[in-house]
Design a binder for this molecule. Structure first.
Ligand code: CTP
Length: 398
């Protein structure tokens, strides 16, 4: 699907520049034409020779010589590709882009291009969290720049946190989505997935058996149709979808905040198994046996219903809000009532009675409830269920 397309790859100055070499290899394998641009700082981390040898192409650098200029001017270069990718996108490169500076080849290309730009930010966690960087990210997003990552993890500087550049395969998937001309191109869709964990004390939590497989399958299917997906996930065991923006949360409250932050969106799919309750008060220290044989009384309060909250928003309600329901009895009756109670447009109900193997399993047998009534879907894999749902989303948003 992306074979034959061209990517202008700007490699900024960060330790993760080495991962961009692997990205070039993945793009080459997919027959994507890579035109590499290495900033001066980038060339401190990877050599121009390695980059151009891997890309099998002329390397453009900050030291733009006259010969190159006569071969291809910077305006033409910025428009010759189908997509401009910046990986790693340093805090400095992004700040310059926000202000429209054009003081080196990379920033000039970014200013001159009429193509979509995809950035893979990479920096120290403090730099990432700095309000200036966060402001810049906001502005870039509003300018239509696509983002992949950053991820959370150990950093080269010895710290831990958000700021690691997305892995080459994640960036590749984001490139694939950006280059795809699927029917959901330009549509932003929020997907919740997985369980939530509600802490009891520092070592214990309330949880459920949701694997997050259905949510990942839905997000994968949406990305494959060209959608921009924000995937808000609790601590799920299923792999994360590729090419989506991933927001990792733990509790229902964090999930609600992340979903509201991700709006506006064209559609929202609530496949998470959100805990209905959390502890009224989380104990700051580990609960101990007191010797009386009496277990502690765990006082709980209800969590906000995220699906209902979003369904009933006056401002920023997505055009299409889709809920899920896990039922054991009178599936159609309960699901029909639940759709009306929650105010969502569609509800996908699953029979999770013991013995069906659906909760935490790989298959699903769904009943699809809309304004028009209930439709029984055949038992099929969660991926096929996702494809069936995404087909309906495509029809509705087209
Ligand atoms: N949901 C949510 N926030 C919650 C609880 C549920 O967004 N706090 C969403 C789920 O993601 C799912 C739908 O609501 O899309 C249905 O969840 P379910 O647990 O089946 O329904 P409940 O409202 O909890 O009803 P009950 O447990 O009484 O069946």
């Amino acid at each position: 699907m992306i074979a034959g397309k061209a990517v202008l790859l700007v490699i900024g100055g960060g330790i993760s520049a080495y991962k961009s070499l692997e990205l070039i290899r993945l793009l080459q394998k997919a027959s994507v034409h890579v035109v590499p641009v290495l900033t001066r700082a980038g060339s401190e981390f990877v050599t121009p020779l390695t980059v151009s040898a891997l890309a099998g192409n002329k390397l453009y650098s900050e030291l733009f010589d006259l010969t190159a200029e006569s071969e291809m001017g910077h305006i033409e270069l910025s428009r010759s590709a189908d997509l401009v990718v910046v990986a790693p996108a340093t805090a400095d490169l992004m700040a310059r882009q926000v202000h429209g500076l054009a003081n080196d080849l990379a920033s000039t290309l970014l200013l001159a291009t009429d193509k979509r730009v995809l950035m893979a930010p990479a920096m120290n966690v403090r730099m990432w969290e700095h309000p200036a960087t966060q402001r810049n990210i906001d502005i870039l997003r509003k300018d239509g720049v696509l983002m992949v990552g950053p991820n959370e993890g150990d950093m080269a500087c010895g710290e831990y946190g958000l700021g690691r550049m997305a892995e080459p395969d994640e960036i590749f998937a984001a490139i694939e989505a950006a280059l795809s001309d699927g029917p959901l191109k330009g549509k932003r869709i929020v997907v919740t997935s997985g369980p939530t964990h509600e802490p009891i004390d520092p070592v214990r939590y309330l949880a459920n058996r949701s694997s997050g497989r259905q949510g990942t399958a839905i997000a994968d299917a949406l990305v494959a149709q060209g959608a921009e997906v924000v995937f808000v996930t609790g601590p799920a065991t299923a792999p994360r979808p590729e090419g989506a923006k991933i927001v990792e949360v733990e509790t229902a409250l964090q999930m609600r905040d992340a979903v509201l932050d991700a709006l506006p969106a064209d559609a929202a799919v609530f496949s998470a198994a959100v805990a209905d309750w959390r502890m009224a008060e989380e104990s700051g220290s580990k609960l101990k046996k007191d010797g009386s044989g009496e277990p502690p009384a765990l006082k709980m309060v209800e969590n906000p219903d995220i699906l209902k909250t979003v369904s009933k928003l006056d401002v920023d309600r997505p055009r299409l809000v889709i809920g899920f329901a896990a039922e054991t009895d009178d599936v159609i009756g309960n699901a029909t009532a639940k759709r009306l109670r929650k105010g969502c447009d569609w509800l996908v109900a699953n029979d999770v009675s013991p013995g069906t193997g659906i909760m935490g399993g790989t298959e699903n047998s769904a009943i699809f409830v809309t304004d028009d009534g209930a439709e029984q879907w055949p038992r099929m894999s969660k991926r096929n269920t996702a494809d069936a749902l995404v087909d309906r989303i495509v029809e509705a948003l087209a």
